[in-house]
Design a protein around this ligand. Structure first.
Ligand code: ASP
Length: 310
């Protein structure tokens, strides 16, 4: 069965088969990125607009490279350079962009639900590049691609997600993706940074890092999101690092071949010890590499390709 893949707004509404199909397509796209000429004509004549109304390095540049490797025309607009800084509403900005007939708008926004809100009001496809604390679907897809490269099937594997879960759209998207792919998901962090509904999403909640990472196949460390922090949630970063940081001592509790992941940007020495970030267990830069391939697959699908359900 196949259905048109109109938008990519979240992982929650995807099936396991859809996730695996995107990942399979990403694998083919990855091969394009490995060639000396990294370009195929697949999206020639298509237009992609990146609207990044919140800071971004990896996501923004990899969506742009992904579009260009598929031969689409890509433009990027950032918050400070757009009329939102003159008081224009998001909907007005997006409707004006839509009037220029792009095929895809890739939106990053600080409000949870912003991509869903605009998706029903424009003619083009919408891809969520991170909305507030809600979801970051392409990050979870690239994370799964990286985990599967190292671990094969994720069925029965244990993935520990550690840190500021409350403010992490990366954690939410990954919990949805990983539970659909059959992994055992554990989350650990201070009680003040743990959302109450997280257990209902299928993750096992730990208040301390050590039991959460014991025998884990994957340790995914989250950034402490200082820009979304209300006062008083953590005493200070030194104490946070002492109790919730992942380091070369506590990582020994994980499986001997456990990999260490981080979505970036890293607060070095806060949530993750620099030696571990740069060490042999780290797959952090591979995550970035897979980001381009996964975004190529997603852009291909929303710009007109079909998605076969497995
Ligand atoms: N880059 C990821 C995001 O935009 C992770 C982070 O910022 O902590 O959500």
């Amino acid at each position: 069965m196949s259905r048109p893949f109109r938008h990519l707004l979240d992982i929650e509404s995807l099936t396991r088969g859809e996730i695996l199909t995107i990942l399979g397509l990403a694998q083919k796209m990855w091969e394009v990125s490995e060639r000396s000429v990294k370009k195929v004509p697949t999206l020639r004549g298509k237009t992609i607009v990146g609207l990044f109304l919140e800071a971004s390095t990896r996501t923004r540049s990899s969506f742009e490279l992904a579009g260009k490797r598929l031969s689409a025309d890509v433009i990027n607009i950032s918050g400070s350079g757009s009329s939102t800084s003159k008081g224009e509403t998001l909907l007005d900005t997006v409707k004006n962009l839509d009037a220029m007939s792009p095929d895809v708008i890739v939106l990053r926004h600080s409000s949870s639900g912003a991509p869903h809100f605009i998706a029903s009001r424009v003619r083009c496809a919408v891809v969520n590049a991170g909305d507030g604390t809600h979801e970051h679907p392409t990050q979870a897809l690239l994370d799964c691609a990286t985990m599967m490269k190292h671990k094969g099937s994720l069925e029965g594997k244990t993935v520990a997600i550690v840190g500021d879960v409350a403010h992490s759209r990366v954690a939410r998207s990954n919990i949805h993706a990983l539970t659909k792919l059959g992994a055992n998901v554990r989350v650990a962090g201070p009680r003040t940074l743990m959302p109450v509904d997280i257990g209902a999403m299928g993750a096992t909640v730990f208040e301390r890092v050590e039991p959460a990472i014991t025998d884990a196949d994957v340790v995914m460390v989250l950034r402490l999101q200082s820009e979304r922090q209300e006062a008083g949630l953590i005493p200070n970063t030194r104490e946070y690092s002492r109790y919730f940081g992942v380091n070369s001592r506590n990582i020994e509790l994980a499986k001997p071949d456990a990999i260490v992941m981080h979505p970036g940007p890293i607060n070095r020495g806060v949530e993750l010890e620099p030696e571990l970030a740069d060490g042999s267990r780290s797959v952090i830069l591979e995550q970035v590499t897979y980001g381009v391939a996964v975004r190529m697959a997603v852009l291909y699908l929303v710009a007109g390709g079909t998605l076969d359900e497995g």
